[in-house]
Ligand binder design. Structure first.
Ligand SMILES: Cc1ncc(COP(=O)(O)O)c(C=O)c1O
Length: 402
């Protein structure tokens, strides 16, 4: 979370006084808060259809179901993302295929080309920590090989790649509004798409087979059994205010990122990890590349002593595929009969060993992630740059000297 305050409190108070807390039941003259939020988010990000849901995971499931990914299909996911990306695939009976990340820690187009096979239905680039995946080559390969792209933009709401917002490039995109995200209402998410069928299928999936919806009779796709991922009016009221804060937050993050890079100049002891769109990325963190894991660890330890917010993506638990227990232990569902790893040819063929992605592990092991302060002033930027330089020197010094 970056910013929340009186405006959100007022919006919630207004809503509660009005006593209308259900997301459906609006009219063209009197839309619900959720109707308005969906419209505003879609307009802001440039998406034709927006479906607000209760989490980023639900948004991913809606995107996959909506796009027609089926049980037994393979879906390429990067080895560095929150585990939910892969589990959403399993949840619908499809099979995640672990794919390497590049030096910028985003899905590697070269490995995407290698991993696409006859069973591949979709590719899920993930925009981690406000950085953007290299979408152009990924979309090119997807087109050539006739597979879909579904973006996981849960950590990159509002970011853009070559002038177009993350989440709006592929068949569908997913955002999360959980507490740790750029915009938040505690828990929540949204799926965007410009495809009418994807949208209709997603709406059925998210609303218990459209039990409550006024426009159910107008659906052009057959109704099937869904679940309940509905958004609610309280979250919508908060998110409408949060959305107004989005560009301010992004501009401040980008300004701090650029200010820090300028101050660091051409560092001798580390390098900046590649960023695929420095002007458009959401930049919640800066990735620095050291020579190896030992140096990255020494950097982070020194940063801790200097009160500099620095983390090791390698040690970020369930953001690294080797810690995705449901895959490694081959428990893809609560029961083997529902587990695509046990019931489908694609699932049985996946090895999911902890060393499946050696290049991903190497990139992660030598990277340090610096948290960017939204409100850093010039002096704090100077101090952060100075600390980073000192940590870099410390990390690069021979081990005996430390
Ligand atoms: C990259 C990524 N994908 C998916 C999710 C799932 O979002 P949620 O926690 O809202 O279900 C997250 C949340 O942490 C995430 O970071």
């Amino acid at each position: 979370m970056y910013e929340i305050g009186e405006e959100e409190i007022e919006a919630l108070a207004r809503l509660i006084r009005g006593k209308k807390l259900f997301r459906f039941g609006g009219t063209p003259e009197k839309p619900t808060e959720t109707d308005l939020f969906e419209r505003e988010l879609g307009t802001h990000l440039g998406a034709k259809h927006t479906l607000a849901v209760n989490s980023g995971t639900s948004a991913l499931i809606c995107a996959l179901v909506g796009a027609g990914v089926e049980p037994g299909d393979e879906v390429l996911v990067p080895g560095y993302t929150f585990m939910a990306t892969a589990l959403a695939v399993l949840n619908i009976g499809a099979v995640p295929v672990l794919t390497e990340v590049d030096a910028g820690l985003m899905l590697d187009p070269l490995d995407v080309a290698r991993k696409i096979g006859p069973r591949t239905k979709a590719i899920v680039p993930v925009h981690m920590m406000g950085h953007v995946a290299d979408l152009e080559p990924i979309l090119k390969i997807a087109k050539e090989r006739n597979v879909m792209v579904i973006e996981d933009a849960c950590q990159c709401v509002g970011g853009s790649y070559r002038g177009k917002r993350t989440g709006t490039w592929g068949r569908a995109g997913a955002y999360s509004f959980n507490f740790y995200k750029i915009l938040t209402c505690g828990e929540g998410g949204a799926m965007v798409t410009s495809d009418e069928t994807v949208w209709q299928r997603a709406r059925i999936q998210h609303d218990t087979g459209t039990a409550w919806r006024d426009d159910a009779p107008e659906l052009k796709v057959p109704v099937f059994a869904g679940e309940n991922y509905r958004f609610d009016e309280m979250r919508a009221a908060v998110m409408r205010v949060q959305l107004k804060r989005l560009e301010g937050i992004l501009n401040r993050l980008r300004a701090r990122n650029h200010g820090l890079r300028e101050r660091l100049g051409q560092p001798a002891t580390f390098e900046f990890a590649p960023v695929h769109d420095l002007a458009g990325f959401a930049g919640t963190a800066m990735f620095l590349r050291l020579e190896n894991r030992a140096q990255a660890q020494a950097f982070a330890a020194e940063a801790g002593k200097r009160q500099l917010s620095a983390g090791l993506p390698y040690d970020s638990g369930r953001h690294v595929y080797s810690n995705w227990e449901p895959l490694i232990k081959r428990r893809g569902a609560f029961h083997p009969a529902r587990d695509p790893l046990a019931t489908t040819e694609a699932g049985k063929a996946q090895a999911y060993t902890v060393d499946a992605l050696p290049r991903t592990l190497e990139h992660l092991a030598r990277t340090v992630s610096i948290g960017i302060g939204l409100d850093w002033n010039e002096q704090q930027l100077d101090e952060a740059a100075e600390k980073i330089k000192l940590c870099g020197k410390h990390a690069a010094a021979p081990v005996a000297a430390q």
